[in-house]
Each structure stands twice: as C-alpha cells, then as structure tokens.
Design a protein around this ligand. Structure first.
Ligand SMILES: [Zn+2]
Length: 153
C-alpha cells in the first residue's frame, strides 16, 4: 500500500517537473524570438546610426512614437525584402524628433511606415500639411493613410 502511494507521488512529481520544464522552454523560446527580432530590426538601421537608435529605444522615457514605429515599422500587408535597410533620411528624422508625430502613413508600394506630424487644433500657426514624407524615402512610392491602415481589422 505504502509503495503504491509513493509510486503515485513520484509519478505525479515527475509529471509536474515535465510540465515545468515545458513552460520554461516555452518562455525561453519567446525570449529568444524577441531578441532575434530586436537584432534583425537593428540590422536594418544604417551602420553609423544603429547605436543611436539602440540607445533611443532603450530610453524608458523616450519617444513613444519611435517605440511604436520600431515595434511595427511596416504595414501589416507588407512583405519586407531580404536585406532591406531603413532609409537614412527616415532614421535621421526619427532620431532628431523635430516635432510630435505618429507613424500614420505608409508607402503604398513597400509598406514602410513614415511619420505624420501632430498639431494642436489651437496652434496659432498651423502648417499646411502634416505629411513629412509624401514619397517613400526607401522606394519613392506614394505614402498614404490608406496604405498604413490596410490589413487592420
Ligand atoms: Zn516604399
């Protein structure tokens, strides 16, 4: 009797250990995937700007718009070509943070997201346009809100 109860306990312990090991492996896989994604993102940044982008993205009080762009720099429908590099003009603009912005436009051809400026409606000197890159700085395609929103449910 005692041996059978002990056997059940050992089996239960082994099962729970196996479950814990499975959960641990799943967490490690998720962490590895996140790291690989971050590295892949940074490798698309021009060499000499990579460190500045990495530092900007590590700043917890940094630019929220930059964080959301970096989390999804392409429209959902886009297929990113192998070896794609973010255009220098865009990265330099993003690093300089000249004005409040959000990634509200995307290229209709390649899907790269680009900034739109945010203005207060009470701004005494409104700009004629909030568009920063009417043409994609990567491929020259037209940019639009439609291209950025396509594929969003
Ligand atoms: Zn493009």
């Amino acid at each position: 009797m005692i041996t059978r109860a002990l056997g059940r306990r050992v089996a239960d312990l082994a099962r729970r250990q196996a479950e814990a090991a499975e959960r641990h492996a799943a967490v490690n896989a998720a962490v590895d995937a996140g790291h690989a994604e971050r590295v892949a993102f940074l490798m698309r940044v021009p060499d000499d700007l990579r460190m500045a982008v990495g530092i900007a993205l590590c700043d917890p009080n940094g630019d929220d718009a930059l964080h959301s762009w970096a989390a999804q720099p392409f429209a959902r429908w886009a297929t990113v070509p192998a070896g794609f590099q973010f255009p220098r003009a865009l990265v330099e603009w993003l690093l300089s943070r000249p004005h409040s912005w959000f990634p509200g436009h995307a290229c209709e051809r390649c899907g790269l997201k680009v900034p739109l400026l945010i203005f207060d409606s009470t701004d005494p000197t409104p700009r004629p346009s909030i568009v920063v890159f009417p043409m994609c700085p990567a491929c020259g395609g037209a940019t639009s809100h439609t291209a950025a929103a396509r594929g969003l449910a």
